[in-house]
Design a protein around this ligand. Structure first.
Ligand SMILES: C[S@@+](CC[C@H](N)C(=O)[O-])C[C@H]1O[C@@H](n2cnc3c(N)ncnc32)[C@H](O)[C@@H]1O
Length: 249
């Protein structure tokens, strides 16, 4: 391999990502792959706890958390705890490297099962995790989170709870305004829109009623956010197609 400078390598990577974004065949193959993959996202863990994410999205979150250096991450949808532990561990690394010392994750879930709560509370990363049980769109929960956010400088929001259009739109209306300029509101599972009809017959969401339709409605009325396509063009395999929203003003 030719030795390149940092700048040249950055340019090469950017061009590669742009080429991927223009490659309709590759993008279609990636969606086809996801359509075949079933519960692939269940296969992984982070520091010992199950995380229901694709490895590609985990890398994207690492890149965002390193770049933004949040002092608060608001996450809806805790489940087994892997994703809040991921965020907490990346905040711990940021702090180790000179980032915000007291950064933490505010996780919200309507049903924090006892075994999950115990595992999260006894995890070494728990010092950077706070949890609230209740619906993420409950006005009391939203107010508690707003109060916590009031004195924070860099806020990242990650939405991964109930995936209906109405719920995600309400989460976006409640939490996106807390995102700091240059940071993100990451809306996971937008890919539901691209899955075969009937894939979620036991769920209230599906084609036409999911996080992606909520993102489109939100974006159409909030021009301080835009979809950062460079992230999905980089990942190709992601559950958050059109779900990485960057706050630009
Ligand atoms: C897909 S799982 C979250 C996965 C987790 N983020 C991870 O990466 O491992 C969805 C979670 O959302 C929670 N949930 C469902 N409806 C909710 C609501 N209205 N408010 C908050 N959480 C909700 C569920 O209890 C479940 O634990």
């Amino acid at each position: 391999m030719n030795q390149t400078s940092n700048k040249e390598f950055e340019i090469e990577v950017r061009k590669n990502i742009e080429r991927q974004g223009e490659n309709e065949e590759l993008k279609k193959a990636s969606i086809d792959w996801i359509r075949q993959s079933g519960k692939y996202s269940y296969n992984f863990s982070w520091l010992g706890r199950p995380i229901i994410q694709y490895p590609q999205d985990i890398i994207a979150l690492q890149e965002i958390i390193w770049r933004v250096k949040p002092d608060l991450i608001i996450e809806t949808g805790i489940a087994h705890g892997g994703s809040v532990i991921l965020s907490a561990s990346l905040l711990e690394l940021n702090a180790f490297c000179g980032g915000p010392k007291d950064a933490f994750v505010m996780g919200i879930d309507i049903d924090i099962r006892e075994h999950n709560r115990l595992a999260i509370e006894s995890h070494p990363m728990s010092k950077r995790i706070k949890m609230l049980q209740g619906s993420s769109i409950d006005t009391k929960i939203v107010q508690l989170v707003k109060d916590l956010a009031a004195d924070k400088k860099a806020i990242l929001v990650i939405l991964d709870s109930n995936h209906t259009h109405e719920h995600v739109l309400n989460e976006l209306l409640a939490y996106a305004p807390l995102v700091s300029v240059g940071s993100y509101c990451v809306v996971l599972d937008t890919v539901i829109e691209d899955m075969p009809d009937g894939s979620y017959s036991d769920r209230p969401w599906g084609i036409g009623n999911n996080p992606k339709t909520a993102v489109y409605e939100f974006i159409s009325k909030n021009n301080n956010f835009e979809i950062d396509k460079s992230i999905q063009n980089k990942l190709l395999i992601t559950v958050a197609l059109d779900g990485y929203l960057i706050r630009n003003s």
